[in-house]
Write a protein that binds this ligand. Structure first.
Ligand SMILES: Nc1nc2c(ncn2[C@@H]2O[C@H](COP(=O)(O)OP(=O)(O)OP(=O)(O)O)[C@@H](O)[C@H]2O)c(=O)[nH]1
Ligand SMILES: [Mg+2]
Length: 445
């Protein structure tokens, strides 16, 4: 998502950096390019118009002609304005003083409501809450079952019954109180289009549960219609926040980004895949950074911390500092990296990584091969690779189904990592910033 837009900005900024002083004509030219890039990414034209006007106003106010690095200044202005357009700060949930905190899901058919309801429940669990899911989509017989399956995966109970959506919603609040559940996420039925039937149902459910938050799930692939849909829902049930779903798709996505500006409610969460863990708080600054090609270090670190065992990290760090990294550690690190999900996702978030590398296929199978080789070694060999002679090499190659060249290559690679780690080890010890961020053996090739 946003790849095309990100590429465009990359090109614009690269050209911009080559510039010296800038007057109004030069600024206008850059703004024209930015405007076009946004429109091509399907950002709503009214949103683009406002954004460009604000950027221009600031560029002029900044008196770029006197600035030593006008390019940097322009980039910063564009960045800050984009952050504002995306909602400024990330949404913080305020929990109801009298539980449960009720969250109502709204959205068109297939937008990802049910999936997002379960993802949200998982997220609340991670926040130390005790959620209950309610299935108030009684349109499709399979809808409640779908929710139950998802609830089962995250160990969150699901309440529903064969009556009507309003009754289910009302009873689910009572059920949450009875079970001592402090958050209630209510899934609702969607329609293909916004129609009076859907709006009536939403209005009735909303009146029945008096939600603390009504989240509108918007499929990032829907294009300009997303803006109209958001306006209709907002007029009916007062949306508190937007959940952008399917951000992992390859649509241009700009329309979804316009929703905040149009209804004046923030994007609260981003759904970035089909797995229940593919869900994150939406951070406007990080998203702006990602779009403008500045990487997304914070999300990366959060992801790493979530997946990475802190103790193992500290032990590994201590070994690194002493230059005692063994192939066993190497293997362990690799498994940790694997836990973080497809490498490509992570590499894309790193700042300063050349575009070509971001696009390059980073092959998880490569990691599997390295793993196979290390697993075919004896513990002694893993700890002290120097003892691996010709016959051992042959045995390891056979055992792992690889060639001796593969084994040699890995050993050479490991030596390089070891050397690199020794350099790291000379850095002051206990650097907090390094904690939880594993080194990535798969990337040292
Ligand atoms: N790739 C991807 N697929 C998603 C995402 N969110 C949902 N999906 C998929 O989109 C499809 C529809 O999702 P649902 O959660 O069932 O959508 P819904 O809004 O509840 O649909 P209705 O109940 O029919 O209105 C499912 O196949 C999901 O797996 C996402 O973030 N990324
Ligand atoms: Mg559903």
């Amino acid at each position: 998502m946003f790849d095309a837009l990100s590429d465009r900005f990359d090109a614009i900024f690269t050209r911009l950096r080559g510039r010296g002083r800038m007057g109004e004509p030069e600024v206008d030219e850059v703004l024209r390019e930015i405007r076009l890039a946004l429109l091509e990414a399907d950002v709503n034209f009214k949103v683009v118009k406002g954004l460009i006007a604000r950027i221009k106003e600031q560029c002029v106010g900044a008196d770029l002609s006197k600035s030593l690095t006008p390019a940097q200044q322009v980039i910063k202005i564009v960045h800050d304005e984009l952050v504002q357009t995306l909602g400024g700060e990330a949404l913080k949930i305020t929990y109801a003083s009298r539980p449960p905190t009720v969250v109502l899901m709204a959205g068109l058919q297939g937008s990802g409501k049910t999936t997002a309801a379960a993802k949200l429940a998982r997220w609340f669990k991670q926040q130390g809450r005790n959620p209950l899911l309610a299935g108030a989509d009684l349109q499709r017989p399979a809808a409640v079952e779908q929710l139950r399956v998802l609830g089962g995966q995250i160990d969150v109970p699901v309440f529903s019954e064969a009556s009507d959506p309003e009754t289910v919603a009302t009873k689910s609040v009572e059920e949450a109180r009875r079970l001592g559940r402090d958050v209630l996420v209510v899934d609702t039925a969607g329609r293909l289009h916004v129609d009076s039937e859907l709006m009536d149902e939403m209005r009735r459910i909303s009146a029945a549960v008096e939600p603390d938050y009504t989240f509108l799930v918007v499929d990032a692939m829907t294009g300009q219609d997303a803006v109209n849909v958001a306006e209709s829902f907002h007029a009916t049930v007062a949306i508190d926040g937007v959940i952008l779903s399917k951000l992992d798709g390859d649509a241009r996505g700009g329309a979804a980004l316009s929703v905040k500006e149009v209804i004046g409610r923030p994007i609260a969460f981003a759904s970035v895949g089909e797995k229940l863990a593919d869900f994150e708080t939406f951070h406007p600054d990080r998203m702006a950074g990602r779009i403008l090609g500045m990487g997304d270090v914070m999300t990366l670190i959060e992801k790493a911390e979530e997946a990475y065992d802190a103790d193992a990290a500290e032990q590994a760090a201590a070994k690194l500092a002493e230059g005692r990294l063994t192939l066993e550690d190497f293997l362990e690190q690799m498994q940790q990296v694997k836990k973080m999900g497809p490498l490509q996702g992570i590499v894309g978030m790193l700042p300063g990584i050349p575009k070509e590398l971001k696009k390059a296929e980073i092959d998880d199978r490569e990691i599997a091969r390295v793993e196979a080789i290390i697993r075919s070694m004896t513990p002694d060999e893993r700890r002290n690779p120097a003892i691996i002679n010709g016959s051992r090499r042959l045995r390891i190659a056979k055992g792992s189904g690889m060639t001796t060249t593969d084994v040699n290559q890995l050993l050479k690679q490991f030596k390089e990592v070891q050397k690199m780690m020794k350099t790291f080890g000379r850095m002051p010890k206990g650097r907090k910033a390094m904690r939880g961020v594993p080194t990535m053996p798969g990337l040292t090739r």
